[in-house]
Ligand binder design. Sequence first.
Ligand code: 5RP
Ligand code: FE2
Length: 221
Amino acid sequence: MAVQISPSILAADFARLADEAAAVPNADWLHVDVMDYHFVPNLTLGLPVVEALRKATATPLDCHLMIADPDRWAPQYAEAGAGSVTIHAEAAKAPIRTLREIRSLGARAGLALNPATPVEPYADLLGEIDMMLLMTVEPGFGGQKFLDVVLPKVRRARELVERHGGRIWLQVDGGVDAGTIERCAEAGADVFVAGSAVYGASDPQAAVDALRAAANRTLAT
Ligand SMILES: O=C(CO)[C@H](O)[C@H](O)COP(=O)(O)O
Ligand SMILES: [Fe+2]
């Protein structure tokens, strides 16, 4: 399992996004939280910003759509050049069609589950996805406290993914920092989103390196 770190620009300075992307050249992805005031009680950014970011950085964009109608909008994020597009299981009405469309447009397809959404009902969809995102906070805001209660689900998701061939990435998102990343890695996550822990640090690049080292240490033991 190769550890990947995806800094969330939700915690970056929105007035200086190109500089903030350049501040983490060692990141595997840039995590882009799209919120629409409907699926979550917050509003962030949408397609025009993703299109602009795409031109401003070579780091692939990991778009996390917290929107009420992902079936309608997700393909456009793939068309805008996102390397990965993740939709929420709680919001999608036609997840199989939408996940297939994302893939057909050349992006990786992700399925996200809120903290209280069980993973087992989605076991049959593993063939349709490249990544599963397990929320470790309630979606909507950065800087929240990590929910330990999700860790057993991370373990169960890892077992399902392994039974399916181990090809699917397992991402955790929310409250991931130097104090929680080891528990996530130990439970089986391999892609780590970190907002405050990266952009709240005085040296975001060093914070990415430290998170990666902590996750790798856990996987080595
Ligand atoms: O999807 C999200 C919130 O809905 C964010 O990606 C997440 O909260 C990252 O921020 P932090 O690391 O500060 O918790
Ligand atoms: Fe996110």
